[in-house]
Design a protein around this ligand. Structure first.
Ligand SMILES: [Zn+2]
Ligand SMILES: [Zn+2]
Length: 396
């Protein structure tokens, strides 16, 4: 069950599952935003200029100290108890009603930036959520990204998670984010070109070929999964990079997942996080990006398979791979490890830790509340009227 509310500054707050009730805090209108995109002529790419981001919270909250966490129940974003929630970022880079950009080669910073709270519990990760919590997170990703894809203003939607200070995460509460882009970002455009070129030359799906190659390389396999490959990619940029990629041609977005595939995806993601957490004596910090098919002429791009790509910057227990001069200036990544070796490290770490603990993952389907969001004033939460999926009884 999803209940949609609005903060007084207009930001959406969607609460999933059971939740408490309290007045939302007053944020006020705030400073006029100077958000805009600037065109870099020499690379023919856009740069987001987002001055307000400097005032966002920069102090890391320790994993054990919940009292000062703005994402915990009772905090400024959600002043009541909740099971999971999504809210629009108070310090966005992309917004629906982007301000008029300054004169010059600029563009409005159109899009959305949302924060996804996996659970109300301050400590945890995709590896430690209960089956119902994990299934709910996958359902929320599909629910929110589906809504963002449906908006014709969006060319791309990116579900992602930055976990840990090594990748700049300032809050340790288990959460991820979703960005919707009004333009096609350059790395995504590059992938589209590769798919189209392969289709033109071979009349086959490039990504089906990558899946077959991954299946043919057991030494790059981290674990087995019926619906997804779980491999260190052939040309890994980061030493412990792992890709979770859909086997089924036609599964290109989260909204395409079948019941079995939703469960297999949840299982695959927690497997990767368990492998990462078993590698050293501390959780591995990572960037996790969900690669959904971008829109081409209003439809999902052909030959694109849904994938979750994990990029941890660690190259050893106490050393980080830095994206330094060569990577930054030329785009040539230099990986000083062999993908076949790091995959073996991860698979061995998982085995040494006793594998991934069994978990029953129910099928959670999001149903929408009847309450229309109030755009003009702080809303008061009402008790949801219906909350269960008929087949499983799992709340959403
Ligand atoms: Zn917290
Ligand atoms: Zn394919």
């Amino acid at each position: 069950m999803r209940t949609d509310l609005r903060h007084d500054d207009g930001r959406l707050l969607s609460v999933y599952g059971e939740h408490g009730s309290a007045d939302l805090p007053t944020f006020g209108a705030g400073e006029p935003s100077q958000l805009h995109l600037r065109h870099d002529a020499l690379t023919d790419t856009w740069v987001g200029v987002s001055p307000a981001r400097n005032s966002r919270p920069l102090t890391s909250t320790p994993a054990t100290a919940a009292s000062s966490c703005p994402l915990c129940p009772g905090g400024p974003e959600i002043p009541f108890g909740y099971e999971a929630a999504v809210f629009e970022n108070r310090f966005p880079t992309l917004v629906a009603d982007a301000p008029t950009p300054p004169p010059g080669p600029t563009a409005p910073s159109t899009g959305r930036c949302e924060v996804v709270l996996y659970t109300s519990e301050h400590v945890g990760s995709l590896g430690t959520l209960t089956g119902e919590q994990l299934a709910r997170v996958v359902a929320i990703w599909a629910d929110r990204s589906g809504a963002l894809w449906a908006d014709p203003a969006h060319r791309h939607v990116l579900v992602f998670e930055n976990r840990g200070e090594d990748v700049g995460a300032t809050l340790s509460h288990p959460h991820g984010q979703i960005y919707a882009f009004g333009h096609l970002p350059p790395f995504i455009a590059g992938r589209l070109d590769a798919l189209a070129k392969h289709r033109a030359e071979h009349d086959t799906c490039l990504t089906c070929g990558v899946v077959a190659d991954d299946d043919g390389a057991p030494d790059r396999q981290v674990a087995q999964n019926a619906s997804f490959t779980i491999n260190v990619p052939y040309a890994a940029r980061w030493p412990y990079e792992v890709h979770v990629r859909a086997r089924r041609h036609g599964l290109s977005r989260l909204g395409d997942l079948t019941t079995d595939e939703r469960r297999d995806l949840a299982e695959a993601l927690r497997t990767v996080v368990h492998a990462y957490d078993a590698l050293y004596d501390r959780p591995l910090h990572y960037m996790m990006t969900c690669m959904e098919a971008p829109s081409v002429d209003g439809a999902p791009a052909a030959d694109w398979h849904l994938a979750f790509e994990f990029a941890p910057p660690a190259r050893a227990a106490d050393r980080l791979k830095i994206r330094a001069s060569v990577e930054t200036a030329t785009g040539l990544f230099i990986n000083d490890t062999l993908p076949e070796l790091t995959a073996t490290h991860l698979a061995d770490a998982l085995t040494s830790a006793g594998g991934v603990p069994d978990l029953t993952i129910p099928d959670v389907i999001i149903t929408h509340g009847l309450q229309e969001p109030d755009h003009t004033r702080p809303a008061r939460v009402t008790t949801p009227t219906a909350s269960t999926h008929a087949n499983t009884g799992a709340r959403s």
